[in-house]
Ligand binder design. Structure first.
Ligand code: G3P
Length: 214
């Protein structure tokens, strides 16, 4: 499973790179707004930090503008992935970019039928939002496993990018359900390392080593 960092904050990305397990970055308009910087500047800087897929989202709602914006974004760097909303125009734009071999990430996916449309349009990634589904009492996990079954049935190569991951259990479940990628905040990545028995075991090893060598 690949790990993407879900942030626009460069200092977090620099810190995450040192962990050695981050494969790419996803951003969205809300995450870019938090930086207080221009999207183009943020994306360019991120591309210099990680040699992997970097998702940058279009703002336009109509097809012509989406294509124009996506083309501008793809000029920033070869690793830029065009993030498109799951709308009629977004799916048509996805088809346009896939025909040009430009990578796409179709976002705001909340149903299997939406994931089917993205795959038919040749999306590189589909982003089901597991946390937001859980928030309204639905099951993000059910969606992930149904998309996995659907893509495997037809041999679609679109990668399942589990998004809106809020905690370690989401990562565990997405991995077990066959998501190809999980995108998450740095705090969630860091939480994956922690286990009280690891801390306790390490404390005992260090204490025993000191005792034996004193
Ligand atoms: O990038 C999209 C997604 O990961 C957003 O997560 O926590 O705002 O639902 P969240």
């Amino acid at each position: 499973m690949e790990f993407f960092l879900d942030t626009g904050i460069v200092s977090e990305i620099k810190e995450a790179v040192l962990l050695g397990i981050i494969d790419g970055v996803t951003t969205n308009p809300s995450l870019i707004a938090k930086t207080g910087r221009k999207q183009e500047d943020v994306i360019r800087e991120i591309c210099g930090l990680i040699d992997g897929p970097i998702s940058a989202e279009v703002i336009a709602l109509d097809l012509e503008e989406m294509i124009k914006e996506g083309e501008e974004l793809s000029k920033i760097h070869k690793n830029v992935v065009i993030k498109l909303p799951l709308t009629e125009a977004g799916i048509a734009a996805c088809k346009y970019f896939s025909a040009k071999n430009i990578k796409t990430n179709v976002t705001l996916c909340f149903s299997v039928n939406q994931a089917l449309l993205a795959a038919k349009a040749g999306a590189t990634y589909i982003s089901p939002f597991v946390g937001r589904l859980d928030d309204i009492g639905h099951s993000g996990n059910d969606l992930l496993s149904e998309i996995r079954a659907l893509y495997d049935n037809f041999g679609f190569t679109t990668k399942i990018l589990a998004a809106s991951i809020r905690h370690a259990a989401h990562v565990r479940e997405a991995a077990l359900l066959g998501a190809d990628v999980g995108t998450m905040p740095l705090s969630v990545v860091k939480s994956l390392y922690r286990h009280p028995l690891t801390d306790k075991g390490l404390e005992i090893f260090i204490a025993d080593h000191k005792r034996a060598n004193s």
